[in-house]
Design a protein around this ligand. Structure first.
Ligand code: OSB
Ligand code: MG
Length: 390
């Protein structure tokens, strides 16, 4: 296939409740929805970058300019034989994994749709894994009591695992209150988003008695060395998120002993093909993985669920139901939680869900279309990111 046209919709959807992590608070979900068109067929994906470079260095602006200046020009007029080709075609561009991912994911969706098969099949997922066990990621709450309340609400809906965001000063007390309230059998984990350093060892050691299923990315976002030292000093298993950006990162982290679990996010690693290799390298080493989330709309969530059908996704993912995030998702029907705490992988062609054009129009604040003409991308509309004032 050759990509003939590109639509980029920037959308802003209110979150039901603000989401606080160790690096900031979000009340709006903002993202690029990318549509690629070729041969009368579309492919869809969304970016996981954010407004500010707090989780990673990529932002909406860098994704936009990487697509426009560096990635799409490399695809102008180029025949893409298989979705796996994308990685090689954009390989000269360093970094920009979230920008590469949104393009690559849309290409996967297009290929699956054009073959009339669900994406999981093209990825090589296990046909018997169509109900994906899911947990919920709970932002930092104003008090331990508020955390317990929020968590009990999710448990009563059927979520299978609670992930609690922590930061220095808001760690042991809320987790202790939660463990006391829900008892020893509920799966609880904590995600620090890189908020600690090795000399916080005593604080992190104090979490050991809480029997957390894992501690996610406690140390620096680019570190595997100190994580290895921390892992040796703690009973709580260490999971890496930010620090694993490729299958090579995964191999090095595992061989060094920096983690015993990996959170896989398609956007963070640069697409489905790389995500699958992270999955494979972890599986070869007996390291379980689970599918992370970035508060995606139904489009990104669908991609995540298809990926989660691979056999080494052995722990509940962060891919919660649409109503955990939004009053209205941009797909209709939204993703609903099954009574057994699972989400069902859609079985239509491609990602199996369609963006609702009315909802996209309702939520979008910027729109651009580029089409291939005479070997170059020609666009219409006011470009994104014109400098305003400083
Ligand atoms: O670290 O996993 C993370 C959301 C935004 C940025 C980073 C993270 C998260 C989450 C949310 O934990 C998971 C979800 O999509 O529900
Ligand atoms: Mg995380």
């Amino acid at each position: 296939m050759k990509i003939e046209a590109i639509h980029l919709d920037f959308i802003e959807i209110p979150l039901k409740a603000p989401f606080q992590t160790s690096f900031g608070t979000d009340s709006l979900k903002t993202t690029w929805i990318l549509t690629i068109r070729s041969n009368g067929m579309a492919g869809y994906a969304e970016s996981v970058a954010d407004v500010e470079p707090l989780y990673s260095e990529e932002t909406h602006a860098t994704v936009y300019f990487a697509l426009k200046n560096d990635l799409l020009p490399r695809l102008a007029g180029v025949e893409i034989m298989r979705p796996e080709d994308l990685e090689r075609l954009v390989a000269p561009v360093r970094g920009n994994r979230m920008a590469k991912a949104v393009l690559e994911m849309a290409v996967w969706d297009w290929f699956a749709r054009s073959q009339g098969v669900p994406l999981w099949q093209l990825i090589g997922g296990d046909p018997s894994r169509k109900q994906i066990p899911v947990g919920v990621s709970i932002g930092i709450q104003p008090s331990p009591e508020a955390l317990v309340d929020t968590a009990q609400g999710y448990l009563s809906q059927g979520y299978r695992r609670l992930k609690v965001k922590i930061k220095p000063g808001t760690d042991r007390a809320p987790l202790e209150a939660l463990r006391r309230a829900v008892g020893p059998d509920v799966l609880i984990m904590a995600d620090a988003n890189s908020a600690y350093r090795l000399n916080d060892l005593d604080t992190l050691k104090a979490l050991d008695p809480l029997n957390l299923m894992m501690l996610e990315q406690p140390l620096a976002e680019d570190d595997i060395i100190d994580h290895r030292l921390l892992r040796e000093a703690l009973q709580t298993p260490i999971c890496l998120d930010e620090a694993v950006r490729s299958d090579e990162d995964a191999r090095k982290a595992i061989e060094l002993g920096a983690c015993s679990i990996i959170n896989i996010k398609v956007g963070r690693v640069g697409g489905h093909a790389i995500a699958r290799r992270v999955h494979d390298v972890a599986m070869a080493h007996g390291v379980p993985v689970w599918c992370g989330g970035m508060l995606e709309t139904g489009i990104g969530r669908a991609h995540n669920l298809h990926l989660s059908t691979l056999p080494n996704f052995r722990l509940p993912g962060d891919t919660s139901a649409s109503d955990r995030y939004f009053k209205e998702d941009i797909i209709d029907p939204p993703f609903r939680l099954n009574a057994d705490g699972t989400l069902t992988v859609p079985d239509g062609p491609g990602i199996g869900v369609e963006p609702d054009p009315d909802r996209i129009r309702q939520f979008r604040t910027h729109h651009e279309e580029w089409a291939l003409a005479g070997g170059l991308w020609k666009g219409g509309g006011k470009p994104y990111g014109e400098p305003t004032s400083f």
